[in-house]
Design a protein around this ligand. Sequence first.
Ligand code: DGJ
Length: 733
Amino acid sequence: MAIFFEEDKKLFHLTALNTSYVFQILDAGEVVHRYWGRKYTGNICELMLKDFESRAFSPEHREGVSLDLLLQEYPSSQYGDFREPAYEIVATDGSMMSLLKYKSHRIVQGKAKLEELPATYSDDENDVQTLYLILVDEVIGLEIELQYSVFERKNAITRSVRFINRGDDDIDLQRAFSMSIDFDHSDFKLLHLAGAWARERSIIVEDLEPGIKSIQSRRGASSHQHNPFMALINKNTTEDNGDVFGFSFVYSGNFLAQAEVDQFDKTRVQMGVNPSSFSWLLESGEEFQTPEVVMVYSCSGLGGMSRTYHDLYRENLCRGWYKDKVRPVLANSWEAMYFDFTSDDIVAFAKSAGELGIELVVMDDGWFGKRDQKLLARDVPSSSLGDWYVNSNKIPEGIAELAKKVQQQGVGFGIWFEPEMVSPDSDLFRLHPDWCIQVEGRSMCLSRGQHILDLTRKDVCDYIVKIVSDVLGSGLVSYVKWDMNRNMSNIGSKALPKKRQREVPHRYILGLYSVLERLITAFPNVLFEGCAGGGGRFDPGMLQYMPQLWTSDNTDAISRIGIQIGTSVVYPSIVMGCHVSDVPNHQTGRVTSLKFRGDVAMMGNLGYELDLQKISGEKRKEIKEQIRFYKDIRETVQFGDMYWLGDTDYGKVIGVQYISKDKKNVLVFIYEPFENPNLSTKMVKLKGLNSKATYLLLASNVMTSAQQLMDVGLEVKIPAIDSSMFLQLEMIY
Ligand code: DGJ
């Protein structure tokens, strides 16, 4: 049992591995938050705070009780709580007041799917328990179901909310967060992941002060700029010790995450669909389901939180055939050839890749858009999207024949699509100008020369499923790179009535999820890798459909260390696409050694994105050896536990350790990103070893006790030239 209800005190106690989450129903039906943190085994009554106090300027909604002062589970608006509400409505009389009271609850074993939305799941009912807490606003007939699922063995609790209009009149939902929680202090730092295109997910740590700190996306995608994740960490928390409260949103569209410190130094954390550019009309009997937030508690520092997310997302979010499989080493044509290739080039690329031990070749952008002389070929980024006809000048034999030729080289064949988009100069746009996101009477903004198709429409979704299925139908394509290269502006849909125009961004994401669900169901053995100009939609929502995401368009190894370390705060190595590219690097102009580039790319799913035929002699041998080595270690990287090594300050990581779940195989990756010469030897303390065991360092054949490796450290000297090294250890007894 993970969820207990104490009837007499009306207390709910949610317990996962090392954590307790407690809330209580007051006599008048308010739901007050009591505790979240280290597992609580004492008398739960001791947790009860004084709820009833009067304060100046805090209105009382009933005698002696002000919502402004209560720690709440899902705060409403306009009843005297001046902090941020979790939801907002406008009733048909124009009023905005709403107050919730407990009505009933049920506790069930397992976790139901969220309608139309990705969410964590478990194949084993015994792993997870769910509480449905039903609250009502009787005046307007609004019912709200707070959904809590507890992963008993993982320190993870998920939250989401369902709104049901049980009244006769419309309710206009203006805000519908997926969760809200009040902490009784503000002695926290806020950690989040911010950046931009080609420099995604830097770790930002800042103090909380009175007022609101928020991160958000209003771009129609989760965005390069802010990942849908934030954590509160205690001020003395380090990588390995102390409390962390993580919040990660299983959603790929506009979001808002905020932490508000109030006048009494209490902290309210909320996360959900961004209320900006959102509202949802609930007609009588209609429902609205919010996406899910995954809340993780760690008493073993930031690393403890990361490993919980890694396990949960690998085991309880990703799906499909590839979920438990090591991922193929791939070669991608983009930085090797850009738009300038023919099928002969792809076959030669595949031959070269196969000789090196590469397992899959991906034909990236540029293969389509020319059915006849009238149509432009896809030779520049601003043309041809929507015209998914094979360019017969480049690929006269067609995709299926090309795939066969590639497979004859001993490698699988993968292909690039950007199906959510359309170029203005395309057959598709000329035929269906109404199929784009647009506002009547206003010009449409272009970005990368393209418009966004209106995925709120069923006909558009059907079209996308068809064009992708037509290519995958041959059964010869084993991988799809699903790209998306612009953010949403001029938001509107020709298919929706006026009163539902603010539903467009959320309906778009629902449309996208429905398309992906249909495709992965029809083609269960195809590996889908999500991409949005690199990491512009690197979020848990996409992971449910695509167990691999292209981490960043920046392939520079030095930049990549920061991006991959930031990404690893939430996401496991197995989902990160990481490629070795050419030097000087195409994004930064920087030159790094092949060894360094290879080592950095081994932090995730290794791939190559450079002209392989150009590489000969020693370099070719080196790549072959990199691939051989990676195949030897990839199971540990992709399925093991990850620890940051080095200082306890977040982000000041000197290396990364991977250890298999049975603790037998250990990999230590150490780097010096600034390529400083004359470095001294470092003692690097390993983590998470089997403390009673002895390990063999393969490079030197030296045996060392786990205790020594963890307490004293492993002596490491980073080579001045290559600036990085992988060390392998094996448990021997
Ligand atoms: C953006 C992607 O992130 C790149 O890897 C590449 O696929 C290009 N799009 C192709 O246009």
